[in-house]
Design a protein around this ligand. Structure first.
Ligand code: GLN
Ligand code: ZN
Length: 752
């Protein structure tokens, strides 16, 4: 048998160093290129990546993984094994992902605790499962034609069902048959190694850990018992396996990957020891030592210690990343503006490949790499630019534990009512208004330097004026300035805060063709000057109605950034919290009476393990409360959440202690209101307009949702608002929808 490569990675960014796949996808969807052009572009990109990875040192056979989905790896696997039908036709594949005239898209949700989103297969007991092995054979063949022996990639059967809706375990035996068919086809095509990811073993999912372990045993003993199959490389990224670890050890796969990243070991320090005990020498061990989802230069000495602690001879262990590198940008080489001091501390995907090879070579064989790593570790620890004593002291002086704004909601609410004088069922929006082509162009021109600061400010103010006038004319009650100045709700603040570094080209796939450029928290965070006051104050000067100040909360800023690995997340969260508290104070001074602190990502950082969740929610809640801790009782603090099912964390949302909470609800038909009475005692705005769709909701429909809400929430605590910001919509939908919001409210109030 071909031995497993010594150096490998779990996956590589698919989107292209210059986002070529994104452009090709969007051109194809828009009808600008035909299917053949699209396919050949995607093929060229894949082959380029293989060549590039070989140039970077992945020269052994099967060292290069072919995780090459066009839209999403879960959808790709589901189509290949036929758990979801539609794997033959490109347009059907995209219809599943994006919807079309006749079908709604599959639901999308977060992939483990990353910012990547996968498509959730919809499955049912007794359904047909018909594999389409051609899909994966094509990938193998095209690679072979270009001279590469790549490792085809699939999500494993247990994880695939665990992530589907519902998790229909009765399908497992027939699903295993489909995998067996794909395996046989691969073997016949001459493939010697296949890579199968089973991260279901590292998370507490709807199926309990112990059951996952059983399913793993039954699925894999069946699959491994097949005669015609490639060697199986089973991987367990995104955390440590607990109950399933002994089972993984006993399965008898040819190679097993474990996630030994610093992040994982921080949560489970004993993991290497347990791995050593559980995995027999007959199974080749692949140590996921290099962090696949953060951007810090590895401490090669410390990583070598972890490698050695596995107690394996050099031939019985390989080095890899902890997860696919799809979660980090391609290369530092594409960056021109990273401070010279910071650059050596960073490793993006390509730089991580060098780290892997250094670990394989060992200190003797890679003296320079080890010396560089030592220097990075030392200069980062000693740097005076990223360590800010004033910030550290300020946070250390804060009261410990749960802080609480005084007076309590009831009393604040009285003052706020008098101060604001709002009507029954007040109407507001979530913040952003449509980002018009003109605004995007102004921002781009400003960045390029062809539009001066003064001209750019003029353009923004003109936009704000229009947005305010429109809201006045339609008759909304609490206005917003529209967020025209923000490219992105996190990036905007990261650029203005000290302690962050932003990239020019650090694109990371979020889902499908969507990419984000996460900022990097490099050090202690502070606010050199006001960030949003100018815009909010200008907007307020144009209206007698209250204009909401608009901030992104500390948890969301952190969730959508690359995080520090030298302090706990809670430390950065506290620092961002107090920086934003200063912004709240400045907004108040500028006459802003309502301030919204968005926390759409509160659910996203929820740890994968049940045991770790309470501690997370505690610091997350604290960081949020720090922002409003010193706010005047008369200042009405709003928060906004979206993107997920809140059932699990609804108590924590209530615990943010905002005066008003707006929350996504329209699509789920207000399901979340069921037991809201017990948890929520403050004011609440369940979204009554699904802004994720271009549809304009009628006034009757909105009125219906409001009446439904009134069954659970008393009149004096209910707000009227859309599900989320309006930046992705156009004015032609926004205007009539907002008018319908007003009409619906008026109608409902009349009937009270
Ligand atoms: N205030 C932001 C906006 O309206 C909130 C966006 C979000 O929740 N994702 O765009
Ligand atoms: Zn939202």
């Amino acid at each position: 048998m071909t031995t497993f490569p010594k150096a490998t990675i779990e996956g590589y960014p698919r989107i292209g160093a210059n986002r070529e796949l994104k452009r090709a996808l969007e051109s194809y969807w828009a009808g600008r290129i035909d299917a053949e052009t699209f396919r050949s572009t995607a093929r060229a990109l894949r082959v380029n990546n293989y060549n590039h990875l070989r140039d970077l040192g992945l020269t052994e056979d099967y060292a290069i993984p072919a995780d090459v989905a066009l839209y999403d790896q879960v959808l790709d696997t589901a189509l290949t094994v036929g758990l979801v039908p539609g794997g033959v036709d490109l347009d059907e594949e995209f219809a599943l992902a994006r919807g079309n005239d006749t079908r709604v898209p599959l639901e999308m949700t977060k992939w483990f605790d990353t910012n990547y989103h996968y498509l959730v297969p919809e499955i049912e007991a007794g359904q047909e499962i018909k594999a389409v092995p051609e899909r994966i054979l094509r990938i193998v063949e095209e690679a072979a034609e270009a001279g590469h022996k790549v490792r085809p990639f699939l999500v494993g059967p247990v994880t695939l069902i665990a992530l589907s809706k519902p998790a229909e375990w009765s399908l497992l035996p027939s699903l295993v048959e489909a995998y067996a068919e794909v395996f046989a086809a691969l073997k016949e095509a001459g493939v010697e190694w296949v890579q199968i990811a089973e991260p279901a073993v590292v998370a507490d999912l709807s199926t309990p850990d112990a059951e996952i372990a059983q399913h793993l045993r039954s699925a894999w003993s069946a699959l491994l018992g097949r005669e015609t199959r490639p060697n199986v490389y089973l991987t367990t990224p995104y955390g440590s396996a607990r109950e399933a670890l002994p089972v993984l050890g006993e399965l008898g796969v040819e190679a097993l990957h474990v996630d030994l990243s610093p992040w994982t070991l921080e949560a489970d320090a004993g993991y290497p020891e347990r791995v050593r005990a559980a995995v027999p020498d007959s199974t080749h061990l692949v140590a996921g030592l290099i962090d696949g989802r953060n951007v810090w230069t590895a401490n090669l000495r410390e990583r070598t210690d972890v490698l050695n602690s596995l107690g394996r001879g050099a031939d019985a262990v390989s080095v890899s990343t902890s997860t696919s590198l799809q979660h980090v940008p391609h290369t530092l080489k594409a960056e021109r503006n990273i401070p010279v001091e910071v650059a050596p501390w960073l490793a993006f995907a390509d730089e991580k490949l060098a780290e892997i090879q250094a670990l394989v070579a060992g200190e003797e064989g890679a003296k320079e790499a080890f010396a560089q790593s030592d220097r990075a570790v030392r200069t980062r620890a000693e740097s005076t630019t990223i360590h800010n004593k004033a910030v550290v002291d300020r946070v250390a002086a804060l009261p410990e534990g749960a802080v609480k704004r005084e007076p309590a909601f009831k009393e604040r609410n009285k003052v706020q009512r008098e101060e604001l004088g709002l009507p029954t069922l007040p109407i507001t929006t979530i913040g952003s208004f449509p980002q018009t082509t003109e605004i995007r162009k102004a921002r781009a021109d400003h960045r390029e330097g062809t539009l001066s600061d003064a001209e750019y400010n003029e353009a923004l103010k003109a936009e704000i004026k229009q947005v305010i006038e429109l809201q006045e004319e339609i008759g909304l009650d609490v206005l917003v300035h529209g967020e025209a100045e923000r490219n992105d709700m996190v990036q905007y603040f990261a650029e203005l805060l000290d302690g962050f570094v932003v990239t020019e080209n650090g694109w990371v796939q979020s889902y499908g063709s969507r990419c984000t450029r996460p900022p990097i928290v490099v050090g202690d965070v502070s606010r050199p000057e006001a960030m949003s006051v100018e815009w909010s104050a200008y907007a307020q000067s144009l209206s007698d109605k209250p204009v909401k100040g608009m901030l992104t909360g500390p948890v969301t800023i952190l969730a959508w950034s690359f995080k520090r690995d030298d302090v706990p997340l809670s430390v950065s969260a506290d620092q961002i919290g107090v920086a934003l508290a200063d912004e709240v104070a400045d907004l108040e001074k500028a006459g802003i009476k309502v301030i919204q602190i968005d926390e759409p990502a509160l659910r996203e950082l929820l740890p994968l393990r049940q045991d770790d969740r309470a501690a997370y929610l505690e610091w997350a809640q604290r960081a949020f409360r720090l922002v409003s801790l010193e706010a005047q009782p008369s200042t009405q603090i709003h928060t906004h959440l979206c993107y997920s099912e809140f059932g699990q964390i609804i108590d924590a949302v209530a615990g943010l202690d905002a005066d008003v909470t707006s929350i996504e609800a329209a699509r789920s038909k207000m399901e979340l209101l069921e037991d809201i009475d017990e948890t929520f005692h403050s004011e609440i705005g369940p979204g009554v307009w699904d802004i994720h769709s271009p549809r304009v909701p009628s006034a009757e429909e909105i009125a219906g949702l409001l009446r439904a809400a009134l069954n659970h929430v008393p009149t004096e605590r209910l707000w009227v608002n859309p599900d989320c910001g309006l930046k992705t919509r156009g004015y032609k939908e926004v205007e009539p929808s907002l008018r319908n919001l007003v009409a619906a409210r008026d109608e409902v109030v009349e009937g009270l």
